[in-house]
Design a protein around this ligand. Structure first.
Ligand SMILES: *Cc1c(COP(=O)(O)O)cnc(C)c1O
Length: 425
C-alpha cells in the first residue's frame, strides 16, 4: 500500500489538478457593487447599501431588526451594553469559543463565568449553566460552535426560569436553523461576524439581530456615537426613555459604524449563502455518514432539532487509542498532508487560551481586588473543553464542504489511510 504523504507517499487528494474550492467567493457582482459605492461618494454613515443589507439580513434571519457594525466582537459588546449589562453583573458563556465571547464581557466591566460544554456537540452544557447561576447572573451567551447548535430549548427554559437575557453568538451559524427557527432569532439578541474566514464575509463586519424595538434602538444609538436614531422603525420607544441623557437624544458611546463598501459585498454574498449552506449541509451529512463507518473517528451529534446546519468549520472527534496511540498532532499533520488543506484543533479552552489573558491589563480590568480574582480564567474547571481541545478535536475550514461528493469520499479515504498506516508514524 502507498506510503503516507507525510512520509513521502502520494497524497490522497492532488490539489494541483483538483484543488479545494476557494474562499472567499466573489464575482463581477461584487466588483460592480463596490464601484457603485465608490462613485456615489456615500462610503459610510447609514448609506443605502447598509440600510438595504440590514433589511435583507433581518428578513433572512426572521427578525424585525438587523443593525450592522464593524465586526463580530464589537457586536457582542454592543449587545451587552444595549441590555445594560456591566459592573456587578455575571455573564455565563462556554469555555470553548473564540476569545471575543468572553473578552467583550470584560470590556463592559462585567464578569465572564466560564462553563463546560457537552462532549458530543462541543456547545454549552445546560446543566453547567444552571449550576453557575447566582443572584448576579444577567445573561447567557450560547455559542453555536462549528457544525453544532447549543440546545436552545434548554437554554430558553433556564433563562425564563431565572429571568436572564440570551445573546446568541452566531458567528458560526448564519442561516442555521433550530426547530425551523434561524440562529439569531431565538434569544433576545443574535450576534454575527463577517470576518474573512466566516461563511458570510466582507473581510470584516458584524450584525446584531433582535425582535425587540427598544433593544434595537439602543444598539443603533450605541453603534453611532450614541446618537438617538432618527429612523421611525423604533416607534414604541418614547423620547427620553431608556438610556438617553437629559435631553433624550444622546447616550455615551463611540463610532462602531460599518462602511457601505462592506454592506455592498454582504448584499451580494447573502444572495449566495442559502445555496452554499444547502451544499455544505448536504456534504456534511454525507461526510458524517462516512465517518460513522471508520474506526477511531466520530461525528459530532446532530440533534434532530437542527433542521438546517450551517458550518464555520467541519469538525469531528478523534480517538487516539483506535489509531494505536497516535498522538492527535501527528494525526492532524498526516491528514493535512493527504488532503492539502489545514487540519486544525478546536479553539483553546478559555482557561488556558493564549488570547484570553485579562491579567495582562490591570489598567483596564483591575476594578477591585475582588473583581481581579473573579475574572481570573484559571478559577474555572473546564475538563470537557480541555479533553476536546487536547485529545479529540479535528477541524477543517467550511470550504471543504463546498467541494463535491467525491471530495467527501477523499476525506474519508485519507482518514482510513492514516489509520491503516498509523504504526509507520
Ligand atoms: C469570529 C468570532 C467572533 C468575533 O468576530 P470578529 O468579526 O472576528 O470580531 C465572536 N465569536 C465567535 C464564536 C467567533 O467565531
Amino acid at each position: 500500500m502507498e506510503n503516507l504523504a507525510i512520509t513521502g507517499g502520494k497524497p490522497i487528494k492532488d490539489i494541483h489538478t483538483n484543488p479545494w474550492p476557494a474562499w472567499p467567493v466573489w464575482d463581477k457582482n461584487e466588483e460592480k457593487a463596490l464601484i457603485e459605492v465608490l462613485n456615489s461618494g456615500i462610503w459610510s454613515y447609514n448609506g443605502p447599501k447598509e440600510t438595504m443589507f440590514n433589511k435583507l439580513f433581518a428578513e433572512f434571519v426572521g427578525t424585525k431588526y438587523a443593525i450592522s457594525s464593524v465586526n463580530g466582537t464589537v457586536t457582542l459588546q454592543l449587545a451587552l451594553e444595549a441590555l445594560e449589562i456591566g459592573i456587578g453583573d455575571e455573564v455565563i458563556l462556554p469555555g470553548l469559543t473564540w476569545q471575543a465571547t468572553a473578552a467583550t464581557v470584560l470590556d463592559v466591566n462585567a464578569t465572564p463565568v466560564l462553563v463546560d460544554v457537552c462532549e458530543d456537540t462541543w456547545c454549552i452544557d445546560p446543566d453547567a449553566v444552571e449550576k453557575a447561576i447566582t443572584p448576579k447572573t444577567k445573561a447567557i451567551v450560547p455559542v453555536h460552535l462549528y457544525g453544532s447548535f447549543a440546545d436552545m430549548d434548554a437554554i430558553l427554559a433556564i433563562a425564563k426560569r431565572h429571568n436572564l437575557y440570551i445573546i446568541e453568538d452566531c458567528a458560526h451559524k448564519h442561516g442555521g436553523e433550530w426547530n425551523g427557527q434561524k440562529a439569531g432569532s431565538i434569544g433576545d439578541v443574535g450576534s454575527f461576524s463577517f470576518q474573512l474566514s466566516k461563511h458570510l464575509t466582507a473581510g470584516e463586519g458584524g450584525t446584531l439581530t433582535t425582535n425587540d424595538p427598544a433593544i434595537a434602538e439602543r444598539i443603533d444609538a450605541l453603534r453611532n456615537c450614541g446618537r438617538r436614531p432618527e429612523s421611525s422603525d423604533y416607534v414604541t420607544v418614547d423620547k427620553g426613555a431608556g438610556i438617553y441623557g437629559d435631553d433624550g437624544n444622546f447616550v455615551q458611546s463611540g463610532n462602531y459604524r460599518m462602511t457601505d463598501f462592506q454592506a455592498a459585498i454582504l448584499i451580494e454574498g447573502l444572495k449566495r449563502l442559502p445555496e452554499q449552506n444547502r451544499k455544505r449541509d448536504e456534504n456534511g451529512i454525507y461526510l458524517n455518514s462516512l465517518l460513522l463507518e471508520l474506526p477511531g473517528v466520530m461525528p459530532l451529534r446532530r440533534d434532530r432539532r437542527e433542521t438546517r446546519e450551517a458550518y464555520f468549520n467541519f469538525a469531528f472527534r478523534y480517538n487516539a487509542q483506535e489509531f494505536g496511540g497516535l498522538p492527535i498532532e501527528k494525526f492532524r499533520a498526516a491528514l493535512t498532508a493527504e488532503l492539502g488543506i489545514e487540519v486544525d484543533s478546536s479553539y483553546e479552552p478559555l482557561n488556558e487560551c493564549s488570547l484570553y489573558v485579562p491579567w495582562t491589563k490591570p489598567a483596564r480590568h483591575k476594578l477591585s481586588e475582588q473583581y481581579w480574582q473573579d475574572i481570573n480564567p484559571a478559577r474555572f474547571a473546564l475538563p470537557v473543553c480541555r479533553k476536546i481541545h487536547h485529545e479529540e478535536s479535528i477541524c477543517m475550514h467550511h470550504k471543504v464542504l463546498l467541494g463535491e461528493k467525491e471530495d467527501m469520499e477523499l476525506i474519508a479515504a485519507a482518514i482510513k489511510k492514516v489509520h491503516d498506516h498509523a504504526h509507520t508514524l
